[in-house]
Write a protein that binds this ligand. Sequence first.
Ligand code: FAD
Ligand code: NAI
Length: 468
Amino acid sequence: MPDTYDLIVIGTGPGGYVCAIRAAQLGLKTAVVEKRATHGGTCLNVGCIPSKALLHASEMFEEAGHGFDKLGIKVSPELDLPAMLAHKDATVKSNVEGVAFLFKKNKIDSFHGAGRILGPGRVEVTAGDGGVQELAAKAIVIATGSDSAPLPGVETDEERVVTSTGALELKAVPKRLIVVGAGVIGLEIGSVWRRLGSEVTVVEFLDRILPGMDGEVAKQSQRILQKQGIAFRLGSKVTGVEPAGEGLAVSVAPASGEGATETIPADVVLVSIGRRPYTDGLGLAEAGVALDERRRVKVDGHFQTNVAGIYAIGDVIAGPMLAHKAEDEGVAVAEILAGQAGHVNYEVIPSVIYTMPEIASVGRTEEELKAAGIDYRVGKFPFTANGRARAMNRTEGFVKVLADAATDRVLGMHIVGAGAGEMIHEGAVLMEFGGSAEDLGRTCHAHPTMSEAVREAAMAASFKPIHI
Ligand code: FAD
Ligand code: NAI
């Protein structure tokens, strides 16, 4: 007789582990199934956490080399790459161990192995040693995440032609790094290696970087990243990567298909053209679970698939592929299963790109508001006019607040600037409460702080800023 649970969660990334913890807190007998050796999924093992450890360390290295001097500090930094990678590995270790601790604390049973759905309420777990066991539960949550989308005709070996996983493990700084795709991964990991000494060229299919981000924000970010030394080839595609002596020969053609193909030399190529939902070996077809046209698991407004008792959350379903979106869905589905009213507000999901300066956004972009025919006002404030930014020599970027022209309700906030990833939550909280630009503009902000620029942008959208 298989063990019986209220809930089995397959996959322990931010979606799955948070779902399991919330379910256990609400009194559900919960088990998790994870095929990796450690919990935490893409985010903790090979994504958010290791990339932020390297972004921070490489930023400190760059500051020490080309930033401290402007503050009157003379140092000559030397890179110890193995130690930097060890800092990243230690950060990952402490985070994944934290998840294992939380599972124990919440009395969640953890099964290591690949989970396969045999039918409603039945999950088979195949361990690394081939051992198979069957578990039973009233509900199953699929939280199997995503993996890197392949570039047709280009094989990755995670050493010279890498996905983000290999790019966070390089044993030496590549002299020339070619990044395919000017999305979030390309800009973050491209920034890491550029700071550590690589010549970085980003090849992007579209005629802009960061599709989906506010156009003005993307343009300004491109200018800043170019100034830092990253080269962009927009409207271009990589059509092949071949070994050439010690290095690689990368074929780059115009995206339109018209025009000559160029060959660019490189030492490492990072393929970062998006991620795709991961459902391999899960038995979804046999269980009758429907996928959408992009092979994402289809769910209803309560995260339930077309098969009763089988739910899905996170990167494997539609929506932004972000850890906090997965977490919020995990909480919501656990609450729904416990008889509560779990809910995710998709209008207010912040997004942060951890370059220097950071690029952060919540709510609608100008392009989206125009397309929806919504009348809006724009309030902008540059960090060059902010005292704290000047004191810290961090004057790049601006805050932009978009407010409904009729009601003054804030519909979007976009920030390029140091600490943008923290400041954006002023916009998120305000929008969650349906607040107006005037509400934010009249909220006293401590002086001197970068956040005063957020207030001034809100003032600019609603009445008048003081400092410009
Ligand atoms: P995942 O984290 O992908 O977890 C899925 C888990 O399921 C994995 O552990 C996998 O091993 C397991 N699994 C799959 N199939 C099975 C099976 N059959 N049986 C058992 N286990 C299975 N997002 C942010 O919000 N902020 C960031 O800064 C950020 N940085 C990123 C940096 C990089 C380099 C990458 C690649 C991604 C980054 N992301 C970031 C995205 C973020 O990692 C994902 O959105 C998030 O991990 C999705 O969570 P999830 O729980 O849906 O899936
Ligand atoms: P992405 O979707 O952000 O960007 C991919 C880019 O590649 C796009 O600009 C696209 O136009 C371009 N592209 C697609 N095909 C191409 C081709 N053949 N040649 C050249 N360019 C091409 O995807 P990315 O950067 O791989 O990241 C995947 C996901 O991971 C992101 O969507 C994001 O949700 C998540 N992530 C989030 C982070 C964060 O929140 N800070 C950090 C890293 C990843």
